[in-house]
Every structure is written in structure tokens, then in C-alpha cells.
Design a protein around this ligand. Structure first.
Ligand code: PBG
Length: 338
């Protein structure tokens, strides 16, 4: 409708956007987005042993923990109100093989960690990656044949891996491998095994990113990795293709989808949320965490403020939730703010 007015719409000096910014109370009233502890998923790293804690040098503040300490750490996250944790593991290099057979061992470190966490804290959601990289002597997410990561053969192993993790008590199966057709295969395998209530969060738009380096240190896959992951993870140049990936994963049965990494891919988060309106998650990856920690250690950034600003940016972009290594720090700050 055409507006007839002697005032140009929105014109200064009648309009002064600084009015609502003037006070804390008015800023709070007009805030369009908010971060809540309910939005956070905390990734944790398990190692073998007892009472063992190993710092990950490229991720200051992140430790690999033996299962007993991991269970305690998860209790702390639960006390802060964090809804879910993502369990990763540093697998003994001696157990890594070209067929990644440890991935489907029901007593592998991830399954034992999941069982222990669910036994002590049944009310906390547990998410597990489905991918072969921690178990594969090639460091790749899939099986390598003649230098190529083969798709269909890998998908068959991933489906078994998902069932084994569900048996251990995993609530959310999160395929992070980027093979074609894996969501459908994992859904079918879970349903056939009686796990129709287990949720799938698809790493749907996962990019071949330089920001995963510190994570590969944490799980010990960097040394093993030959080459890069560009034949299966997405090209950072592509956004339309990300929507195709997400659409396929939803069609195949994904309950929730994820975009990864986070900060350099906020445009993808927004487009996915607008296009599909499904629960949309973002993984603020190890390199993002390392950048903030490194700058803060130099005194070049105020860590808490910069970190919270980044988390809020994910909400503004449309994310329902965020996987972040800063989950405990963020939840502590939110609690303090009341
Ligand atoms: C394994 C996996 C990776 C991450 C999560 N799952 C690394 C990779 O794909 O190489 C990265 C997480 C991070 O960097 O924080 N498929």
C-alpha cells in the first residue's frame, strides 16, 4: 500500500535508531536474538586409561580424558544445564587398520565412553560421529581403494558403526563422513535393528576446511591422514550445492541437519534454515576455537566477549543449536548473567 505522508519514511531527525540503544533495559527489550544454554552441545574427547588427562596443545582448555574423568566432566556440563555432549575419542594408533575394523567393535573406546556416560547421566543427550577417520590407518572418513575413498563400500561399514553406537546408548547418530546415500542407509540399518527412536543429525553441509586441524590433533588422525578430503567434503566455493546436500539428507531421513564449520559459513546456515525450516545446527570447529584462544593469549582480543558474540551470530544466522568447545565457558557466563 502506498503511504501518503509529509514525512519521508524513516527519515532523520524524526527517526533516531540510537533511542532504543540508549539504556540496558531498552537494548534488552528490542534484542532480536538470544543465546541460551539450551542451545549448546559440548564436544568431548576420550582416551584410554584411568584418571588420565592430556591437554590438546592446539586447543587451549580442551583435554582428552579417560572415561572416569570424562563422566565427571559430563556431570559438570549437566549441572550447568547443557543438554547434550558429542563424544569423540583418541584411538590407539595400533588399532588403526586400512579396513577401520575397530569402528564396528562394540567395545571400542567410543562405545565404552558412551555406555559409561549414559549409565551415570541418562538425562544428558549423547551424540556420536559416524565416520571411519579415528579408526582408519589412512586417516580418511571412508575406505581407501587404489587411492580413492570408495563410497558404497564405506556406507555399508558406516551403517554397522551406527548400529553399534546405538547399542551402546548413543541418542543422536551424526554421520560426518559426507559419503553419498549414507543417511538413508544408516536410517534403514537403525530401523532394522530396532532403533527407530534413535535420532539422526546429518553433517549435511560439511566443507573441506582448513579449520579442522586442531581437532585432528585431538583425535590423532592428522598424522595418519594422507592427502586431503576434497573428494567427499564440499568445496568452500559452493552454497547452492549445500542446499542440495541438505535436501537429500532430509529426504533420506535426517531429523536435524548441521552446517560445518561455523563462522566462515554463516550464509549457508541462513539459507538452510530459510529453505527447509528444519532443526539446524552449526559446528563451530576446532580452528575457530583455536583462533580466539590464540588471539586472547596474545592480549589481542577479550575472549569472553568475542566468544559470546560469535555464538550469538550463529543464532542470528538461524541456528537452533551450536556444537562448541566453549560450551562450558558460555554456560558459565550465561549462568552468572542470570
Ligand atoms: C571427522 C570429524 C572432523 C570433525 C568432526 N568430525 C574432522 C574431519 O572431517 O577431518 C572436525 C571438528 C572440528 O574441527 O572441531 N569426520
Amino acid at each position: 500500500m502506498e503511504r501518503t505522508s509529509r514525512f519521508a519514511p524513516g527519515a532523520f531527525p524524526r527517526t533516531r535508531l540510537r533511542r532504543t540503544r540508549r539504556y540496558d533495559w531498552s537494548r534488552r527489550l528490542v534484542a532480536e536474538n538470544a543465546l541460551s544454554t539450551d542451545d549448546l552441545i559440548w564436544p568431548v574427547f576420550a582416551i584410554e586409561g584411568e584418571a588420565k588427562r592430556e591437554a590438546v596443545p592446539s586447543m587451549p582448555g580442551v583435554d582428552r580424558l579417560s572415561i572416569d574423568l570424562l563422566v565427571d566432566a559430563v556431570a559438570g556440563a549437566g549441572d550447568l544445564g547443557i543438554p547434550a555432549v558429542a563424544v569423540f575419542a583418541y584411538i590407539d594408533p595400533a588399532l588403526k587398520t586400512p579396513d577401520a575394523r575397530e569402528a564396528t567393535n562394540p567395545d571400542n573406546l567410543i562405545c565404552r565412553a558412551v555406555r559409561a556416560v549414559k549409565e551415570s547421566h541418562p538425562g544428558i543427550g549423547v551424540l556420536c560421529d559416524v565416520a571411519l577417520d579415528p579408526f582408519n590407518s589412512d586417516g580418511h572418513d571412508g575406505l581407501v581403494r587404489d587411492g580413492y575413498v570408495v563410497n558404497d563400500e564405506t556406507v555399508a561399514v558406516l551403517a554397522t558403526q551406527a548400529v553399534v553406537q546405538a547399542e551402546a546408548g548413543c541418542d543422536v547418530i551424526a554421520p560426518s563422513d559426507m559419503m553419498d546415500g549414507r543417511i538413508g542407509a544408516v536410517r534403514d540399518a537403525l530401523d532394522e535393528a530396532g532403533f527407530e527412536r534413535v535420532t539422526i543429525m546429518a553433517y549435511a553441509a560439511k566443507f573441506a576446511s582448513a579449520f579442522y586441524g586442531p581437532f585432528r590433533d585431538a583425535v590423532g588422525s592428522k598424522a595418519a591422514l594422507k592427502g586431503d578430503k576434497k573428494t567427499y567434503q564440499m568445496d568452500p566455493a559452493n552454497a547452492d550445492e549445500a542446499l542440495r546436500e541438505v535436501g537429500l539428507d532430509i529426504d533420506e531421513g535426517a531429523d536435524m541437519v548441521m552446517v560445518k564449520p561455523g563462522l566462515p559459513y554463516l550464509d549457508i546456515v541462513r539459507r538452510v534454515k530459510d529453505a527447509f525450516g528444519v532443526p539446524t545446527f552449526v559446528y563451530s570447529v576446532s580452528g575457530e576455537y583455536a583462533m580466539l584462544k590464540a588471539a586472547a593469549a596474545q592480549g589481542w582480543l577479550e575472549y569472553d566477549q568475542a566468544m559470546m558474540e560469535c555464538l550469538l551470530a550463529f543464532k542470528r544466522a538461524g541456528a537452533n543449536g551450536i556444537l562448541t568447545y566453549a560450551a562450558l565457558e558460555a554456560a558459565t557466563l550465561l549462568k552468572r548473567a542470570g
